[in-house]
Design a protein around this ligand. Sequence first.
Ligand SMILES: [Mn+2]
Length: 325
Amino acid sequence: MVDFTLLSAATYSIQSLPEDPRLGQLIKQYSLKALEAADVVIFGIPTDEGIARNGGRIGASGGPSAIRAALAKLTTYGGPNFKHHLESISIVDLGDVRHGTLEAMHDEARSNIRELSTMGKIIVALGGGHDITYPLVKGLSEASGSKGLGLINVDAHLDVRPKIEGKHHSGSSFRLLIDEGIVQGSRFCEIGIQPFVNAEAYYEWAIQHGVRVLTFEDATTSHLPTAFEESAFGITFGDDSTPLYLSFDMDAIRAADAPGVSAPAAVGFLAEEAFELSVAAGLNRSVKVFDIVEVSPKYDADGRTSRLAARMIAGFLAGVANRNV
Ligand SMILES: [Mn+2]
């Protein structure tokens, strides 16, 4: 049994009128009772050690708190297009895993996911560098057992580089997951892969391992939420009971809309597309884990990137609230 009191408490400070409820008031802190009742559980993995190992710009350890600050201010109302709003689901934020070595933080994240998935919770994980997806998927895989899982990564990069000096880093999560047999290539789809930021050798590696690669050009032409839904269907074989993990690297979004990331992209998805994809993911009954990684507040402009990440989480939550409608 994981001791969730070891995580730091998440802080959401917001004051608002009773008729104007905000997510900061709705999201509960950990208690055993709150956790048992929760539909969705949030937690953070504030580390950028994996980005440093990959030679990138650090700063993503500030991601979880910046995203929470933006999330707190959003209202609970998804607009007239939704039947149910966020009050109709129960959301708990466990806080962040303890600071420590990258491997220790990964281990804690992995046990959390394993336990929460076994409890049947939907999980939103806040990064941190993209290295966190490796232990998180591993935890989901341990919980799902022989059923297996599907994995979708929305990213400018393939992240299938080998380890550096024997160590995992922010560019190697998907290489390790496939090499270790945790995910089958045919049940893994990468969406948004961009030209001139990936080596041909890594593209070929992915294709040889049966990964479905949807380039940025193809995904944006076919409408991103539709590309997501088709990919999700393709790797879960349309079976709702197959758990699907969605990882979203904020550098898949163009830098004009998401400047606060480790590796800003001149070209990329629009903020609106990222939001719509998040709603589609929330509505999809297979999606059990949604991670948002690489938000780096020190490079952000007026909180643009953390606000977008928060809006994406709210969209995902609205989708979850309307999942069984
Ligand atoms: Mn990535």
